[in-house]
Design a binder for this molecule. Structure first.
Ligand SMILES: O=C([O-])CC(=O)C(=O)O
Ligand SMILES: [Mg+2]
Length: 642
């Protein structure tokens, strides 16, 4: 019989057990056993041990060990330790915390696999001899090889599938490749390609990359969460698939979005991959094409609404809080308008929640506008905004602009909102339409005669900034862009709908139709455009600039709620990262290549705001939040296995 932390194991169930005693700085000893048993004593596969030298070193350096109930305990867990934040969360060591398969299973474990980069020593000590060809590659050469391979594919979806395969094969290689080639690979793992991937998710589905919670799991969600292998979750991105980008209802196949967003949480914001949980809530789909598609992976029924929907969401939200605590960040993504606003209002006061499409997009566009003011002149209150699309993105951006304007001028929100006009599918939103308007559109109904067409609204309102957030492509016609260019020396135009096919206009159209005068940004990336001998590079006004840094800031401060002032702080931090050199090129967003540094700055500002508002629980406040944020970020370097 072998006993560890109060659990008894029959010694014959332990194959190749190795033990070590690790002495922490605080001189608390705890036994560490690396074994191939699961908690119920069931023998696992032929499995010995891998102790991660760096992990142990890190644990010793970063994690004060806390003795509790005479059991051996350690803060944090295996992997990157979030400094002292973890010190508040004591976790009992169980054998399987520290066991990693060796041999063939090690090669099949994406968290620990290094492929050809296993050293000679590691191949000897971890039963890898013969399982790999003789050559040893380093991490850099592996990245180079994969990039070469990816570039051979002409079809974007093939690149997406290759990236997903890599993520499931060798996680650290996936992140190193993505982080070092972020501008080239963001369009592969994110918009626009992720949109096509969701449309075809049933056909390309190989292995689950997140949790599927359908109506079938009603009443069992707590159990379902336990099935996920990782226990220390810090960020969840959840969708119900009803409004995937501008592509509409993709049901269960929306899973590509939480998976993609969370890879960016890690690559751009430095959140550990093991702390990220993608979730898709499946309540059916109203997409007839998918319902008839033999490869569709979701529930084959029309969407549940009303009480049935609300109960499932409620069960999910409670189960998450119960399982992961109140500091887990839940990002709502790509819900349809009618649920998105309600869910945010309902859970905003009890959970750490954030809607990326409403709040993330708002924060990134406000930052772009602040940067654009350096080019067009005037302060925020001197500008007039017209939106096409009065949904989550449109009204979210408009509200944040109004808040910032109030902050700057001291004018009440009711006044600053009057600077913004909106056009929806029925035309200009005006007071006479009030009765029939959904609640989130009402603040934007001002006094004006009804106007049906966008182009007429543009001509009558004469906005200085035109923002497309309609989810419908090609709505900024030549006439619309030309009208903007008649009364603005430098018309500011945002075509935000995703993916590229849904963009309100292309970069080329914006520059040519405005004769090179537009300040343009889009939600999905466009290649540089040459017009009359000059090259125009447009910015990507995508929430990917904000959510990774915002999430990092919330986590490092231990924030328990998201507050609008944090979004404003994030916008200011992002706008401050736009250099003079960027502006001279007409760029109102900094290059994505610098995103890790930018995220650390956003995180620091968000965390500082959390402390100021009394919403932070990680005390005391670190002295230098930027340095602290950077020190908490995940690095994809390989670890040395003893
Ligand atoms: O995913 C993106 O690229 C931006 C976004 O949230 C959306 O369009 O819904
Ligand atoms: Mg979205």
């Amino acid at each position: 019989m072998f006993s560890l932390n109060g659990t008894n194991f029959p010694s014959d169930s332990l194959s190749g057990v190795s033990r070590c005693l690790i002495q922490s700085r605080k001189k608390v000893y705890f036994p560490m056993v690396v074994a191939s048993v699961s908690p119920n004593g069931r023998p696992a596969d032929r499995n010995v041990s891998v102790l991660m030298e760096n992990t142990l070193k890190e644990m010793k350096e970063n994690s004060p060990v806390i003795e509790k109930d005479s059991k051996s305990t350690v803060t944090g867990g295996v992997g990157d330790v979030y400094g002292e934040d973890s010190a508040t969360e004591v976790q009992t060591i169980t054998p399987w915390n520290f066991s990693v398969a060796s041999g063939y299973s090690l090669l099949r474990n994406p968290h620990y696999n290094k492929g050809l980069a296993f050293s000679e020593k590691e191949r000897d000590s971890h039963y890898l001899r013969g399982l790999l060809p003789p050559v040893v590659f380093n991490h850099e050469l592996q990245v180079k090889k994969l990039l070469n391979n990816l570039r051979q594919y002409d079809v974007p979806l093939q690149r997406y599938v290759a990236m997903m395969d890599l993520q499931e094969r060798n996680e650290r290689l996936f992140y190193k490749l993505l982080m070092e080639n972020v501008e080239e690979l963001l369009p592969v793992v994110y918009t626009p390609t992720v949109g096509e991937a969701c449309q075809k998710y049933g056909s390309i589905f190989r292995r689950p990359q997140g949790l599927f919670i359908s109506l079938k799991e009603k009443g069992k969600i707590l159990e379902v969460l336990k099935n996920w292998p990782e226990k220390k979750i810090q960020v969840i991105v959840v969708t119900d698939g009803e409004r995937i980008l501008g592509l509409g209802d993709l049901g269960c196949q929306g899973m590509g979005i939480p998976v993609g967003k969370l890879s960016l949480y890690t690559a751009l914001g430095g959140i550990r991959p093991s702390s990220c949980l993608p979730v898709t809530i499946d309540v059916g789909t109203n997409n007839e094409k998918l319902l008839k598609d033999e490869f569709y992976i979701g529930l084959r029924q029309r969407r549940a609404r009303g009480q049935e929907y609300a109960e499932l969401l409620d069960e999910f939200m409670s189960a998450v809080k119960q399982t992961y605590g109140e500091k887990v960040l839940i990002q709502f993504e790509d819900f349809a308008n009618h649920n998105a606003f309600d869910l945010l209002a309902k859970y905003g006061t009890s959970h750490l929640v954030f809607n990326d499409d409403i709040q993330g997009t708002a924060s990134v566009i406000l930052a772009g506008i602040m940067a654009a003011l350096n080019l067009v002149g005037g302060n925020l209150a001197q500008h007039k905004f017209l939106f096409l699309g009065a949904g989550e993105a449109g009204t979210g951006i408009a509200e944040l602009i109004a808040l910032e304007m109030s902050k700057q001028t001291g004018a009440p929100l009711e006044e600053t909102r009057k600077k913004t006009w909106m056009v929806d599918s029925k035309g200009l939103i005006v007071r006479s339409r009030m009765e029939s308007l959904q609640h989130f559109k009402r603040p934007w109904a001002h006094d004006h005669e009804p106007v049906k067409e966008l182009v007429n609204a543009v001509k009558l309102i004469k906005p200085t900034v035109l923002i497309g957030s309609s989810g419908t492509g090609k709505m900024f016609t030549k006439e619309v862009v030309q009208a903007m260019a008649t009364f603005n020396k430098k018309p500011v135009i945002f075509a935000l709908s995703n993916p590229t096919s849904q963009s309100e206009c292309t970069a080329e159209e914006a520059y040519t139709w405005s004769e090179g005068r537009a300040i343009f940004a889009s939600g999905s990336p466009f290649a540089p455009v040459e017009y009359k001998g000059k090259v125009f590079v447009s910015g990507q006004g995508n929430n990917a600039y904000i959510f990774p840094g915002l999430g990092l800031g919330l986590i490092i401060s231990g924030a328990i709620r998201v507050h609008d002032d944090m979004l404003l702080a994030a916008s200011e931090a992002l706008a401050a990262e736009v250099s003079q050199e960027n502006l001279e090129k007409g760029l109102i967003y900094p290059p994505f290549a610098n995103i890790r540094k930018i995220s650390a700055h956003i995180a620091a500002k968000v965390a500082a705001k959390a402390y100021e508002l009394g919403l932070a629980t990680r005390l005391p406040q670190p002295e230098n939040l930027v340095t602290y944020a950077e020190s908490c970020m995940y690095s994809p370097s390989y670890r040395c296995y003893r």
